[in-house]
Design a protein around this ligand. Structure first.
Ligand SMILES: NC(=O)c1ccc[n+]([C@@H]2O[C@H](COP(=O)([O-])OP(=O)(O)OC[C@H]3O[C@@H](n4cnc5c(N)ncnc54)[C@H](O)[C@@H]3O)[C@@H](O)[C@H]2O)c1
Length: 425
């Protein structure tokens, strides 16, 4: 294979400047690599080129230095990808309205990339997707649009992103990267790209194995969360504190991994990714029953939480949901970030509104949500406060003191419980 010319301006290009793409670009830039970030939104590109980051995991201070040193350059122009040694695709892979995989972002980017693809380039898909996507979808688009042959004229691999936004103990740099290419050469070339910036690279034999690795990780979480969500509902009937039980079980030093119940799944990964496998499995006359069952239990949680709010109002304030002033505390899908995609708060707000509740919310990270603006933190002004997301900046002892009825889906009030005032999942 001919190598891409030495005059290349960029070591790595990343298509998609989102939750995955921006931390990836910063990680490569900080390893001394020259990085090109490509996105379709001019406003995002302009801000990135001013050193302003819209992704919490990369502070503007950190990005500003990389931009100033010329390590990270952002553009909307796919032509510039010609000047990159490797191109990583980090684009959304949502579900359609019919809950089927929607690869339109990846397909559209691959079509644009194909028209500028160069001999010797390394193309790596980072998006979470069903096993076979790299070979069956990306490869033909790239080959047809470029006239080049994957594995001969350019390298092609899959390496799923594992970033967990908001997490500080494991970052893009320190989280091992799984890489599988369409042939041994492609695996090697892609692994080399990552070794320049990422501490540990784990090679697998095919892109399909890499794709399924990521799905296994997320299915493992979805299934285990469903297990504790089911247990939480049983504990409610048995009057046992599920949080105490999980904490006790977690003292076992082996054979038990701790998962927490909650008001439902959220985010761009766990509620969506497992269904990519369910969809693909149908092609093989196979039904993924654990995934379906977990989906059923997890999807029911906002309904269960609505009934907890209704009970708490009933017993704690002698009120019904209808006409009650309810404050949802935290609407992001997890603590200390502003991402509210697929957040269970949305379903809960909708259910409470349908029941006639007068719903407001407070979230220091999310200024607008469900057509509402975040209100000031004044728990005493509401009949009920429901803790949906346990942001660490909230003073929960103060909340318990000032609030009338508190429904806690996250065990955030642990140690501050007051009988008849705090109702826990
Ligand atoms: N967010 C996470 O926590 C996370 C973690 C691991 C894996 N993933 C996976 O990574 C992938 C990317 O997710 P994300 O959260 O970074 O998405 P995102 O929505 O944050 O970012 C995607 C970016 O791509 C841009 N874009 C859309 N179409 C484009 C195109 N044709 N060309 C260039 N740019 C385009 C959008 O403007 C947006 O800025 C998904 O498959 C997701 O499942 C996400």
């Amino acid at each position: 294979m001919t190598a891409v010319p030495e005059s290349n301006l960029y070591d790595v290009a990343v298509i998609g400047a989102g939750y995955v793409g921006v931390p990836l670009a910063a990680t490569f830039g900080e390893a001394g690599q020259r990085v090109l970030l490509v996105d379709v939104k001019p406003a995002i590109i302009d801000a990135l080129n001013r050193g302003e980051s819209h992704i919490e995991d990369v502070s503007s201070e950190r990005l500003e230095e990389l931009v100033r040193n010329g390590r990270v350059v952002a553009t909307t122009d796919y032509e510039q990808l010609k000047q990159a040694r490797a191109v990583l695709i980090a684009l959304p892979t949502p579900l359609s309205r019919q809950r089927e995989p929607d690869l339109s972002f990846v397909e559209s980017a691959a079509t644009n990339l194909a028209s500028v693809l160069q001999r010797g380039q390394v193309v790596i898909l980072e998006s979470t997707t069903w096993p076979g996507t790299t070979r069956e979808v990306v490869q033909p688009i790239l080959e047809q649009g470029s006239g080049l042959k994957a594995g001969e004229d350019f390298h092609l691999a899959m390496s799923p992103e594992r970033v967990d936004p908001g997490r500080e103990d494991w970052t893009t740099k320190t989280t091992p990267k799984v890489v599988g290419g369409i042939n041994a050469e492609s695996t090697k070339a892609a692994a080399e790209v990552y070794r320049a910036a990422i501490d540990t690279v784990h090679e697998v034999s095919t892109p399909d194995a890499a794709e399924l690795t990521k799905l296994l990780e997320n299915i493992y979480r979805a299934v285990n969360i469903a297990l504790v969500n089911e247990l939480a509902q049983l504990c409610d009937r048995m009057d046992i504190d599920v949080w105490e039980v999980i904490e006790a079980a977690a003292t076992k030093p082996f054979g038990f991994a701790s998962f927490k119940p909650g008001p439902g799944l959220g985010g761009h990964c766990i509620p969506i990714d497992p269904f990519y496998l369910t969809w693909k499995a149908r092609e093989f006359d196979f039904s993924t029953r654990f995934i379906e069952l977990a989906g059923e239990v997890n999807n029911n949680m906002p309904y269960f939480c609505r009934s907890l709010i209704s009970q708490a109002l009933n017993h704690g304030a002698r009120k019904s949901v209808s006409g009650a002033k309810i404050l949802i505390l935290g609407v992001a899908y997890k603590p200390d970030i502003g991402d509210h995609r697929e957040s269970p708060a949305e379903k809960l707000v909708q259910l409470l509104r349908n029941a006639g509740g007068d719903v407001s919310y407070h979230d220091p990270f999310v200024p607008e949500f469900c057509g509402l603006a975040s209100v000031p933190f004044e728990p005493e002004a509401y009949d009920c406060v429901a803790i949906v997301t346990n942001h660490s900046s909230i003073d929960y002892a103060d909340l318990v003191r000032r609030g009338k009825v508190i429904v806690d889906f996250r065990n955030a009030t642990k140690g501050h419980e007051v009988d008849g005032k705090v109702w826990k999942l």
